[in-house]
Design a protein around this ligand. Structure first.
Ligand SMILES: CC(C)(COP(=O)(O)OP(=O)(O)OC[C@H]1O[C@@H](n2cnc3c(N)ncnc32)[C@H](O)[C@@H]1OP(=O)(O)O)[C@@H](O)C(=O)NCCC(=O)NCCS
Length: 403
């Protein structure tokens, strides 16, 4: 057993932290000036053995759309432990301290492996759908694209125009992370080394009659010729179109790209309306997996800061092995105009571990799903169904980027 310590990072330790994370994930970290500017040392933890940094975790200050609101959420990233120090509790020490110190009422992350974070009270809160589309079979519906409706932006133009569109998308769908100006710069950076043989990124936009941008797509192409002719590939990195016309027209354009045989898109929601736009939905091959994991770090604050689909009045008995203040009974009452969540001595209607609360928080998974495995227990008849209806949200959550 090695002795190690956990401490807050120093301002000059961005490169060390990204080096340790890169080594753990098996990629060569190439620290950039932008990466250093985005580094929040006071929110990064370093595990050290003497002078050597052996593990890291970071929390990014960002907001996230949740049912009916956009709230602060610690975006956890950069979790890595040097291979020579694994399975000795280093990650557990880092994540435990991080969760106890986090200021936000919720923390979110993308897991490299689904088996890692459940033990820390995270729940898989959003599914992501990965599409592989056979463009030769897909047969999109023939929407007439208005001349001048589509255009291409430079990065500088996009930095000015796209943030508003993303904010509108946050108002529609839970699970979408906000981006500061600096983070947008990072998002739109297009280093030739990262293109994997694909073209430079195209920033495609749709404008309404008044010239306002109502949706955008970030995509790249890849030339591919096979003995039978062209079979290019289209990779859609992000498509944000809160306006229905923009949604249809952007997809129509991408699905009918000349010379192309295949389209990939990795950030679709489980209720993605894309299949409505094509005449052969079987040409859309779908793979669904966990995307965003969510950890409730402050039960009453977290439950109070989202909205509920129908009025509810329920006493939840929560257990949390890591954050003591989360353990106990909380009465959640919500109607159209207000939400309160307070500690109570009243008997519990439902009891559940903190991980279940994380899994249902974004409204994408029904609470009833957890009853057969004992991850929620009903004490008062009918309260499980009522709470399920309240926590569910009509629009599925989606996370648009791995952070
Ligand atoms: C994942 C990682 C950070 C774990 O670090 P670690 O210091 O070895 O973890 P710990 O020793 O604290 O493990 C705590 C528990 O989690 C389990 N665990 C750790 N990594 C796991 C994994 N990848 N899959 C399943 N269980 C895992 C351990 O077996 C241990 O279980 P136990 O308490 O029942 O014995 C480390 O293996 C790593 O850097 N992996 C590669 C990078 C990576 O995937 N990072 C996560 C990015 S989201």
């Amino acid at each position: 057993m090695t002795d190690f310590e956990v401490r807050v990072a120093r301002a000059d330790e961005h490169d060390v932290a990204s080096g340790v994370f890169g080594e753990a994930m098996m990629f060569d970290a190439t620290p950039s000036e932008l990466g250093r500017q985005l580094f929040e040392p006071e929110r990064a933890l370093m595990a050290t053995d003497g002078a050597e940094v052996i593990g890291t975790t970071r929390a990014l200050t960002r907001d996230l759309s949740v049912p009916g609101a956009v709230v602060d959420a610690a975006h956890v990233t950069g979790v890595g432990v040097r291979a020579t120090y694994r399975r000795r509790g280093v990650m557990s020490a880092l994540i435990g301290r991080q969760l106890r110190e986090v200021q936000e009422a919720i923390a979110v992350l993308w897991a490299s492996e689904p088996a890692i974070y459940g033990r820390f009270g995270y729940g898989a809160a959003a599914w992501g759908t990965n599409y592989e589309i056979d463009l030769r079979r897909v047969g999109p519906t023939d929407d007439r694209i208005r001349p001048g409706a589509l255009g291409v932006l430079t990065v500088d133009e996009a930095l000015k125009e796209l943030p508003t569109v993303l904010r509108r998308a946050q108002e529609q769908r839970p699970g979408v992370s906000g981006r500061s100006e600096l983070r947008w710069q990072g998002h739109l950076e297009d280093k030739p080394d990262d293109r994997n043989g694909r073209t430079a990124r195209q920033i495609l936009v749709h404008r309404d009659e008044a010239g306002t941008i109502t949706g955008y797509a970030l995509w790249r192409g890849k030339m591919n010729w096979v003995p039978t002719g062209p079979a290019n590939e289209v990779l859609v990195e992000e498509l944000v179109a809160p306006d229905p016309t923009a949604y249809r027209v952007l997809w129509q354009h991408l699905l009918t790209m000349d010379l192309s045989a295949k389209l990939g898109y990795g950030y679709a929601a489980v209720d993605e309306p894309l299949q409505q736009l094509v005449s052969t939905p079987t040409a859309l091959e779908r793979r669904v997996g966990e995307s965003l994991w969510l950890r409730v770090t402050d039960v009453p604050r977290a439950l109070q800061q989202r909205q509920y689909a129908v009025p509810v009045d329920v006493v939840l008995d929560v257990t949390d092995d890591l954050i003591e203040t989360n353990t106990g009974r909380f009465r959640l009452t919500a109607d159209e105009s207000s939400v309160t969540c307070e500690r109570t001595d009243a008997p519990a209607d439902l009891s559940l571990p903190i991980g279940t609360l994380g899994a249902i928080y974004l409204g994408g998974r029904p609470l009833t799903e957890f009853a057969p495995t004992g991850r929620v227990t009903e004490h008062t008849p009918a309260t499980l169904n009522r709470a399920t209806a309240a926590f569910n949200w009509p629009i599925a959550p989606v996370s648009l980027e791995v952070f």
